[in-house]
Every structure is written in structure tokens, then in C-alpha cells.
Design a protein around this ligand. Structure first.
Ligand SMILES: NC(=O)c1ccc[n+]([C@@H]2O[C@H](COP(=O)([O-])OP(=O)(O)OC[C@H]3O[C@@H](n4cnc5c(N)ncnc54)[C@H](O)[C@@H]3O)[C@@H](O)[C@H]2O)c1
Length: 337
């Protein structure tokens, strides 16, 4: 049994609490820390079976009974808390991103080097049943040599302009998951990135200095070509698909829906819209990723998504922004840190 502490009880902290309590039999949550926790959330956490709720995460780091922490607090706290947790000898599951600053991610990697501690980054989509099945098909040689990877990733509605202003921008906040997916499916790094992007959804996002629509192409080290298309608003809901085309065939996913019912009548033939957003669409993947983290601790095996996997998508996001700003393809090797 692995004893956990959760730092941050916002949206994702609650998702992980729920999935651990319901699906991860070899773990228990002893403490949740959040300085701004509401009475309602505190009551909910205690009802879920969490041992205690406190304001200061140092209580978790100083607790010798706690083996591992999940860092689910706001992005600007991730790298500092990671460093403190590693220094305290705790295994770490850190929500994405580790940081927006490559130098600070590198510091976390240095702190981990030579240590036996497990570190996992919350790129949950790798654990999604659809994307994992595409990866399996590639690994089993069913699509042959990979030539083209296409990722479609469109949100059902844009964030507020205030959020866009502090989130690090669309590439580091939203596309970061898609960069991770491209690396995961390609099995290698991107070498060059070219971005076309625009503000087509909400002018306020543009005023905040961000974009809301993008097509990003990448040349991978294997020679494969990848393309990500992003929108902050798809009128029909959360559109999350991938297609991998190779010398022997193609593996493609479609969206998950509430049901597979197709209604045929005099008006036409219709099916359900995609599941609404990430909480609905990716619940299974959140449970599977934390189960994998706990198993890695129990069995002393590598985590599925390590610190290097936290670094590379940020590097890709910075290169994508540079490409947009400078209207040219950017090599990843140009980004120094
Ligand atoms: N993997 C995913 O798909 C996914 C989805 C959502 C969010 N996230 C990531 O999770 C993080 C949190 O996002 P969210 O949507 O839950 O945000 P949120 O604002 O709902 O929750 C953040 C929580 O952290 C708490 N917090 C802030 N400073 C803290 C500290 N020092 N100690 C403890 N708690 C602290 C806040 O009080 C808040 O309750 C972000 O970095 C985000 O990128 C990942």
C-alpha cells in the first residue's frame, strides 16, 4: 500500500482524489493540502475518505508516513514544490507542465539524477484507451513505417481572456498535450516546427496576446511528418482524434460519445456529439495514469512519463511560438536553455 499526499484541491486535485479512491486499490490518500480550500471541498474530501485536509503542503512533505505526492496546484508552483518534494525523499506525480521555464525543468531533472525516486508528469492522454490502442498498433508493426501523424485537438469553448493571458499561451497550455502525443506516437523527437496561427474565435484572446486557432507541422527525427490542428472552439464539442499513416496501413481514432446510438429518421441520420470536455472525456486516463504511478513505486519500475517527457513538449511549445513570431520553420536545436 502506497500512502499519498495531494497538493492542490482544485479541478484536477479533485479528479485525482476521486479516481484514486475509486480505482487505485494499492494506494490511500492520507492528506490533502490547499491554502484556499473551501468548506465544501474540505467536507467532500473527508467524505471521500481522505485522512486529513490542511493548508500548508509542508505538512505532507514532513510526514514520514507519506511515500509520494501528487502536485495538483497552480502551474507556477510545480517546479519549486517538485524540488522540495524530491529533497524530502518523496516520489512525485506532477501535473503538466513542470514549468514553462526550461532552466527550471532542468533543475528538477538534475535533482532527480542518481536518485531512486519516481517522477511522473501528468500527460494523461497517453493512458487514454483510444490513443494507447493507436500506439500499440504502431509498436506491433501494424501500420509499418510511420509516414504521417495527424492530431486533431479542439476545445468546446475558449477560456477567458484573463486565463489566456496567464496560462503561458495556447501552445504551452493546450497544444502541450498534443506535442506530447506526437512524441509518444512517433517514438522520437521533433527536429523542426512550423506554425500558422490566428485569432478566429475570440478577439479578446488576441488582445491578451494569444492565438486561438493553429496548424503546426513538424519534421520528426525518424523522417515522419506530423501535423497538429487546434481550435479553442469546436461548435460540436471536444474534438480529440489521431491518425497515424504508414507503409502498411493506418490507425485512426474517433471521438468518444455518451452512447453509440445512431438515430435515423425523416430529418436525417445523426449520432451523439463528442463527450463535453476533458473531465468527461479523459476520466479513465486519469485513473490509469495514477494507478501506473503507484504501481511503479510498488514494483520499483520506471514511470510511463518521466521528467524528460515534461521537458520536450515545453521546448516544442517555445519553438512553435518562435516560428509564429518569426514566420519561419524553427529547428528545436535553436532553442537554448
Ligand atoms: N492533465 C490535464 O489534463 C490537466 C487538466 C487540468 C489541469 N491540469 C493542470 O493542473 C494544475 C491545476 O489546474 P486546475 O485546473 O486544477 O486549477 P485550479 O485553479 O482549479 O486548482 C488549483 C488549486 O491549487 C491550489 N493551490 C495554489 N497554490 C497552492 C499551494 N502553494 N499549495 C497547495 N495548493 C495550492 C489552489 O488553491 C487551487 O485550489 C495546472 O497546472 C494545470 O495545468 C492538468
Amino acid at each position: 500500500m502506497v500512502t499519498l499526499g495531494i497538493i492542490g484541491a482544485g479541478r484536477i486535485g479533485k479528479v485525482h482524489t476521486e479516481s484514486i479512491v475509486n480505482y487505485v486499490r494499492n494506494a490511500r490518500i492520507k492528506t490533502v493540502a490547499d491554502p484556499y480550500v473551501s468548506d465544501e471541498t474540505r467536507d467532500w474530501l473527508l467524505k471521500m475518505g481522505v485522512g486529513s485536509v490542511c493548508g500548508d503542503y509542508h505538512e505532507i512533505l514532513n510526514d514520514p508516513e507519506i511515500d509520494a505526492v501528487l502536485i495538483c496546484s497552480s502551474t507556477d508552483t510545480h517546479s519549486d514544490i517538485s524540488l522540495e518534494a524530491i529533497a524530502a525523499g518523496k516520489h512525485v506525480f506532477c501535473e503538466k507542465p513542470i514549468d514553462h521555464d526550461l532552466g527550471r525543468i532542468k533543475k528538477v531533472m538534475e535533482a532527480l539524477s542518481g536518485s531512486k525516486l519516481k517522477y511522473q508528469v501528468g500527460f494523461n492522454r497517453r493512458h487514454d484507451h483510444n490513443f494507447a490502442a493507436v500506439k500499440r498498433a504502431i509498436d506491433e508493426g501494424k501500420v509499418g513505417d510511420v509516414h504521417i501523424i495527424k492530431i486533431t485537438s479542439r476545445d468546446p469553448e475558449p477560456p477567458s481572456a484573463q486565463y489566456a493571458a496567464v496560462s503561458g499561451g495556447m501552445f504551452l497550455d493546450m497544444t502541450i498535450h498534443d506535442f506530447d502525443m506526437v512524441r509518444y506516437l512517433a517514438g522520437c523527437e521533433a527536429e523542426e516546427i512550423y506554425t500558422q496561427a490566428a485569432v478566429l474565435v475570440d478577439p479578446e484572446i488576441g488582445k491578451a496576446g494569444d492565438v486561438d486557432t493553429a496548424v503546426i507541422t513538424m519534421k520528426m527525427a525518424s523522417g515522419a511528418i506530423a501535423v497538429i490542428d487546434n481550435s479553442r472552439r469546436a461548435a460540436y464539442g471536444y474534438d480529440q482524434r489521431a491518425e497515424v499513416f504508414g507503409s502498411k496501413g493506418m490507425a485512426a481514432t474517433s471521438n468518444d460519445t455518451q452512447s453509440t446510438v445512431i438515430l435515423s429518421n425523416a430529418q436525417g441520420v445523426t449520432g451523439e456529439k463528442p463527450l463535453y470536455f476533458f473531465l468527461e472525456r479523459y476520466m479513465q486516463s486519469f485513473a490509469t495514469e495514477v494507478k501506473g504511478f503507484v504501481d511503479a513505486i510498488e514494483n520499483d519500475t520506471d514511470t510511463a512519463v518521466g521528467a524528460i517527457d515534461g521537458l520536450m513538449p515545453v521546448l516544442m511549445g517555445i519553438a512553435a511560438k518562435k516560428s509564429l513570431d518569426e514566420h519561419r520553420p524553427v529547428k528545436l536545436s535553436e532553442i537554448v536553455y
